[in-house]
Design a protein around this ligand. Structure first.
Ligand code: ASP
Length: 345
């Protein structure tokens, strides 16, 4: 009898191990972790610099090193600031400001060009405590769109402002409007010409158009904050706006579940409410963060051509960097010893 009982317990133990392994094997493109103990306040940060056809053979060693060094220093400094008790809103804003200053990323200074040879920038930010949010779309004279999104959240009754109205709001809130020539980056302009040439020959250029930056944190006060900033897609027309400034599509934060920042083919991310869908699967279906990201990015988007990915974290400090494209500039760190800095699959 005693032996039968022991045997039964042993079988239960084996079943437990095998279901853990199944969860771990599910996604080769994703990384996640558990916190060892609930006794410490979890803190975590995840960052992306865009997803797409990012192949090692197309990236020179020096450029690859430049991206990795930048991602590494951003994730380390962001984490250190969270450890020092800085609020999540400030950390997300300044990490994204840094990326908006870099011509390496399609946001702020490095924004891609529209079909008219202009730069139209979108951004959004969300605070998970009260689900407060701010966003701007199609601004042309704002150096730091994520900071303007924060002002929309904090200084207006609105969530999303666009175009000249958003710039009027910016000016009335002390933001200096800059000359659009600030956004001229030669390599981005050459990308526009290349895409236009190929499109004139009816070639598919979709996968060459991506980029965007995003950051999500869980701070020392249990607040989740998510932000996303982008120039959108190369050669966009007619005032096209993607998912990045759309709360629930490109950005979402909720202290009781998860925070998400997305990058990829924005139309799909809007249609599938990607960021909110991940939160809903976590909250209502009880999926783990990783399982929720896998379901949306791999099961729902990949089969229909919705290229891209997300960086996400949950209220426990678990992180997920999940994408269905060839690569995603990404980094993560939490106080459970996880640190990831990577580009390719
Ligand atoms: N999602 C962005 C957009 O569609 C682009 C990107 O993330 O690469 O505007």
């Amino acid at each position: 009898m005693k032996f039968a009982l022991l045997f039964f317990v042993f079988i239960l133990f084996l079943i437990g191990c095998s279901s853990d392994n199944k969860e771990n094997n599910k996604s080769s493109l994703s990384e996640s972790t558990d916190l060892k103990s609930d006794s410490i306040q979890p803190i975590a940060i995840v960052i992306h610099g865009g997803a797409g056809t990012i192949l090692k053979e197309n990236l020179s060693d020096s450029l690859e090193a430049a991206y990795l060094t930048l991602l590494d220093s951003l994730i380390s400094s962001g984490f250190e600031r969270l450890e020092n008790g800085e609020i999540g809103m400030d950390v997300v804003e300044s990490i994204i400001n840094f990326m908006e200053d870099s011509p390496l990323f399609n946001a702020g200074r490095g924004a891609v060009f529209t079909a008219n040879g202009e730069n139209e920038l979108d951004a959004s930010i969300m605070h998970g405590r009260e689900r407060n949010a701010g966003a701007v779309a199609g601004v042309k004279r704002v150096q730091y769109p994520i900071s303007l999104a924060r002002k929309v959240m904090e200084n207006s009754d609105h969530v999303l402002l666009m175009g000249s109205g958003a710039e009027e709001f910016a000016a009335s809130n002390g933001v200096v409007l800059i000359d659009p020539s600030y956004f001229y980056v030669e390599s981005r302009y050459q990308s526009l010409l290349r895409v236009q040439e190929k499109e004139a020959l009816n070639k598919n250029t979709q996968k060459e158009k991506y980029g965007t930056v995003g950051c999500v944190v869980l701070d020392a006060y249990g607040d989740i904050v998510a932000g996303t900033s982008t120039g959108g897609m190369t050669n966009k027309k007619w005032g096209r706006v993607g998912d990045s400034p759309i709360i629930g599509a490109g950005t979402f934060a909720d202290n009781s579940s998860v925070g998400v920042s997305a990058t990829g083919w924005g139309e799909y991310f809007i249609r599938y409410s990607v960021a909110y869908d991940i939160a809903a699967l976590f909250l209502y279906k009880g999926l783990s963060l990783q399982a929720a990201c896998d379901e949306v990015i791999h099961q729902k988007l990949a089969p229909i051509g919705g290229d891209g990915g997300v960086v996400a974290l949950d209220k426990h400090g678990k992180v997920s960097l999940t994408f269905n494209s060839k690569g995603m500039y990404r980094a993560a760190k939490n106080n459970n010893g996880v640190k990831i800095v990577a580009i390719f699959e």
